[in-house]
Design a protein around this ligand. Structure first.
Ligand code: HXC
Length: 238
């Protein structure tokens, strides 16, 4: 008798949790206007939470918020802020509290990336990614912590795996993500006793995201073989 083929059951990840498990909770997500942070926001909202998505491009955020609310039936507030500027983040937190009264979950997802060899990366290029990723993560933690403590909530920092070993053309991002991992360990240690959880999520490459579009082999080849053409094509100011 022929063996019966194994059929993988189709289970949506959302099916395994109670649909309203996050009812009454509020998510504050930087970088939530696109990519995996938008996907994570959708999943949290699908389980009953309200969300605030934060980023630099208000048009994109507004569009994303409309889409997320339409898909989940939950409110989503788009707020423009630059994670490098603490005052804009504090204002985003103020708007969150004004609208929803609390913050339970924070996803630190705002990030910047491009391919560049150490020899071709300017000091400002390195500094820019460190500021968006590392300072941005710190600023977001600082601005939200009183509210996350009050709700005994949790943080997710979006990191990567590329700094576990050397990854070519990623010195800036490798340094930044290693710093984020370290920052999270301290946050978890210090804030655990206050009831706050802090974890790092380290995704690999994910198709159809801006991040992976920027890191294709074609880009890598061009960044090294013809850096000027590469920078012109992707709009860098060098
Ligand atoms: C070399 C570059 C460059 C490039 C920018 N720079 N692009 N250098 N190669 N391709 C340099 C500039 O010349 C400048 O230095 C400095 O970086 C700052 O550039 P600006 O354009 O002025 O900065 P800004 O407008 O603030 O934009 C930040 C950015 C941009 C990071 C450069 O790409 C951005 O906004 N990205 C956000 C979206 C994004 O990157 N998403 C992907 C995240 S994915 P000089 O010396 O000229 O002044 C991710 C996943 C990683 O992180 C893991 C995947 C596995």
């Amino acid at each position: 008798m022929a063996p019966v083929p194994y059929v993988q059951p189709v289970v949506k990840s959302t099916d395994i949790f109670k649909a309203d498990i996050f009812k009454g909770k509020v998510l504050f997500c930087t970088g939530g206007g696109s990519g995996i942070c938008k996907g994570m926001t959708k999943s949290v909202m699908r389980h009953g939470a309200s969300a605030v998505i934060v980023g630099r491009n208000l048009e994109r955020l507004t569009q994303a918020a409309k889409e997320l609310s339409g898909l989940t039936g939950q409110p989503c507030l788009p707020v423009q802020a630059d994670v490098r500027k603490p005052e804009t983040l504090k204002e985003a937190v103020r708007k969150t509290i004004e609208q929803f009264g609390r913050i339970d979950f924070v996803i630190n997802g705002a990030a910047g990336n491009f391919l560049a060899p150490i020899s071709g990366l300017s000091e400002n290029g390195f500094k820019t990614v460190m500021e968006i990723d590392v300072l941005g993560c710190y600023n977001t933690i600082k601005a939200t912590l009183p509210y996350v403590r009050a709700s005994k909530g949790s943080y997710i920092q979006v990191s990567a795996t590329l700094h576990y070993r050397g990854t070519a053309y990623q010195v800036h991002v490798s340094a930044a993500k290693a710093a984020i991992d370290a920052m999270n360990r301290v946050l978890a240690l210090e804030e655990g006793p206050h009831g706050v959880r802090a974890n790092v999520l380290a995704p690999g490459p994910i198709a159809s995201t801006e991040g992976i579009d920027r890191l294709t082999a074609k880009n890598a080849d061009e960044a090294v073989l013809d850096p000027e053409a590469f920078k012109t094509r992707i709009g860098a100011k060098l």
